[in-house]
Design a protein around this ligand. Structure first.
Ligand code: NAD
Length: 478
C-alpha cells in the first residue's frame, strides 16, 4: 500500500479527480490517500502561494502528489503553485507522453507516439534577471552538469523501462556552445552507456520543424527547459489531444502528476469534463511507484474505451464517436473495460515491476582552472566603439590590455563596421599580455581605475580556461 497526496483543485478538478481515482482503485491500485486543499480558496484566503504550510508537510512526507488543475486568480501577486512546487521539491524532470489516437481523435499525425522529457529546474527559468543599462536587460541562462546528467539519464532510463528505441536530444549548441554545448556533451557521454537505444542530436530549430511535420520520426526527445516548455505544448496539440495529455514532474525524492490542461471553470460542476488528462497523469504515477501492471491495465482499458467511441463532448465527433458521455459515465466505461485490451489502437505492455531510480550524482574531480581574462561590461551612451576604446585604454595596466569591445556580442573594436547598431551596453574584454598571469587583484585595479576615470562598469565576468581549454564565447566576428 502506498500513501499519496491528492489535491482535487478547482473548476473541473474535483470531478475529474473523482473519476480518475475511481478508475485506478477499481484497477487495483494499492494507494491510501491524504487529501489537501490547494488553489483558489487558499489563494483567496490571503495565502499568495495557494497552499498552506501543513499541506507541504503532507506532500513531503508522502512524496507522491496527484494534483488536479487549479485556478490561479488574476492579478494580486498570486504565485503559480506549479512553479513553486517544482522548484521547492526539486522536480527536475517533466515527462509528457504525446500519442495520437487515430482514427478516434482527429490529428494530422496518425502515427505519432512521442515522449517529451523536459529539464524542469534550470536554463532561463532560474529566473535571474537584471536591468543593467537604460537600454539593456538580461536573463541568465544557467545550465549545470548535474542538471544535464540527471535529465539525460532519466530520458534513457525512461526509454529503457518503456521499451522505447531512440532518444533524441534538441539543443542550439551551434550558437550557445557553452550552455547548450554542455547539454549536448553530457547527452553524448550518457548515450554511450545505453548501446541498445539509438541516439541522435538535432539543432532545435530544424528539429522542432521536423517534429511538427513528421513526429513519427521521433520517440523520446530530451531538451533543456525553455525548448521543452514550448515543444511539449506543440507536441500535445499536434497529437490532436491537449485535453488528453498528462504530465509527470519527477524529483529525486518527490514527484507530482497532473493533467496538462487547466481548471476549465466554465465546464465545472456539469459532469462534462474529460478526465483523460488527469488519468494519464495517474497512470504515470502508478508506473513511477512500481504498480506497473495496474498502470498497464488502466491504460489498455482507457484505449479500449476511446476506440469504442465512448467520448466526452470535447472529442465527440459524429461518425467516429458512438456515444457522448459525461465524466462519470466515461469513468464507468473505462472501469467496465478493465482487463480488456484495445484491438485497433496498440495495446501497451509495461514490463518491469520497478520504479525508476537514478544513481546519485557523483561530483567529478575539479579541473585545473586558470583566470585568463576579464570582461568589463560598461554602460555608455555614445555610439562609436573607437571613442569608447580611447576612454577605456587609459585604465590598462602593465601586462593587462584591452583586447576587444563587443556590443550585444558583436565585435565593434578593433576593426568594427560603422553599420553595426550599438546599444548603451558594451563588453570590454581585457587579457594579460604574452607570458603574464592575470590575478584577481589586477581586476580590482582595473575596476579602481575605471571608477576614477568615470567609466560606469555595471558588471564583470571572469574568463577561465578549464584544463587549458578556454571556456567562454568569442566575440561574433572575432
Ligand atoms: P483550460 O485548460 O482550463 O481550458 C482551455 C479550454 O479547454 C476550455 O475551452 C476548456 O473548456 C477546455 N478543457 C480543458 N480541460 C478540459 C477537459 N478536461 N475536458 C473538456 N474540456 C476541457 O485553460 P484556461 O481556460 O486558459 O485556464 C483556466 C484556469 O486554469 C486558469 O485559472 C489557469 O490559471 C488555470 N490553469 C491551471 C493549470 C494547472 O493547474 N496545472 C494549467 C493551466 C491553466
Amino acid at each position: 500500500m502506498r500513501r499519496i497526496t491528492v489535491a482535487k483543485g478547482d473548476g473541473i478538478g474535483p470531478e475529474i479527480m473523482d473519476a480518475t481515482l475511481s478508475i485506478i482503485k477499481a484497477a487495483g491500485a494499492q494507494i491510501e490517500i491524504d487529501e489537501i486543499e490547494v488553489g483558489e480558496k487558499v489563494y483567496l484566503s490571503g495565502n499568495t502561494s495557494g497552499i498552506a504550510k501543513e499541506s507541504w508537510d503532507i506532500i513531503r512526507r508522502n512524496k507522491i502528489f496527484l494534483k488536479a488543475p487549479i485556478t490561479t486568480p488574476q492579478g494580486g501577486g498570486y504565485k503559480s503553485l506549479n512553479v513553486t512546487t517544482r522548484k521547492f521539491l526539486g522536480l527536475y524532470a517533466n515527462i509528457r507522453p504525446c500519442m495520437s489516437l487515430h482514427p478516434f481523435v482527429s490529428t494530422k499525425h496518425p502515427k505519432m507516439d512521442i515522449v517529451i522529457v523536459r529539464e524542469n529546474e534550470e536554463d532561463l527559468y532560474a529566473g535571474i534577471e537584471h536591468q543593467q543599462t537604460d537600454e539593456v536587460v538580461q536573463c541568465l541562462k544557467l545550465i549545470s552538469r548535474p542538471g544535464c546528467e540527471k535529465i539525460v539519464r532519466y530520458a534513457f532510463e525512461y526509454a529503457k523501462q518503456h521499451g522505447r528505441k531512440k532518444v533524441t536530444c534538441f539543443t542550439k549548441d551551434n550558437i550557445m556552445k557553452q550552455t547548450d554545448g554542455l547539454f549536448h556533451e553530457v547527452f553524448d557521454e550518457i548515450a554511450k552507456e545505453y548501446p541498445d537505444i539509438e541516439n541522435e542530436h538535432w539543432i532545435i530549430d530544424i528539429g522542432a520543424a521536423k517534429m511538427a511535420d513528421t513526429p513519427e520520426a521521433f520517440d523520446v526527445i530530451v531538451m533543456p527547459n525553455l525548448y521543452g516548455d514550448v515543444l511539449s505544448d506543440v507536441a500535445a496539440q499536434i497529437a490532436g489531444s491537449v485535453g488528453l495529455a498528462g504530465s509527470a514532474n519527477i524529483g529525486e525524492e518527490c514527484a507530482m502528476f497532473e493533467a496538462i490542461h487547466g481548471s476549465a471553470p466554465r465546464r465545472a460542476g456539469q459532469n462534462m469534463a474529460n478526465p483523460s488528462g488527469l488519468l494519464q497523469g495517474a497512470i504515470q504515477m502508478l508506473t513511477h511507484i512500481g504498480q506497473v501492471k495496474v498502470a498497464e491495465k488502466v491504460q489498455n482499458a482507457w484505449l479500449k474505451t476511446i476506440e469504442e467511441g465512448i467520448h466526452t463532448y470535447d472529442i465527440y465527433k459524429e461518425g467516429v464517436s458512438t456515444q457522448k458521455v459525461g465524466t462519470k459515465e466515461f469513468a464507468e466505461a473505462v472501469i467496465r473495460n478493465l482487463g480488456s485490451v484495445p484491438t485497433r489502437l496498440k495495446p501497451v505492455h509495461f514490463s518491469e515491476e520497478k520504479s525508476l531510480v537514478l544513481p546519485k550524482y557523483q561530483r567529478r574531480q575539479p579541473k585545473k582552472k586558470d583566470l585568463v581574462g576579464v570582461d568589463l561590461f560598461v554602460h555608455w551612451g555614445g555610439m562609436e566603439a573607437d571613442k569608447l576604446a580611447e576612454m577605456i585604454r587609459p585604465i590598462e595596466k602593465e601586462g593587462v590590455q584591452l583586447n576587444m569591445i563587443t556590443n550585444r556580442g558583436i565585435k565593434v573594436y578593433p576593426d568594427g563596421f560603422p553599420e553595426t547598431f550599438c546599444t548603451d551596453h558594451w563588453r570590454c574584454r581585457f587579457k594579460p599580455t604574452e607570458g603574464k598571469t592575470l590575478l584577481k587583484t589586477d581586476i580590482i585595479e582595473l575596476l579602481q581605475q575605471a571608477e576614477e576615470k568615470g567609466i560606469d562598469v555595471i558588471k564583470t565576468e571572469n574568463l577561465y580556461a578549464f584544463d587549458g581549454k578556454p571556456a567562454y564565447s568569442l566575440g561574433q566576428g572575432q
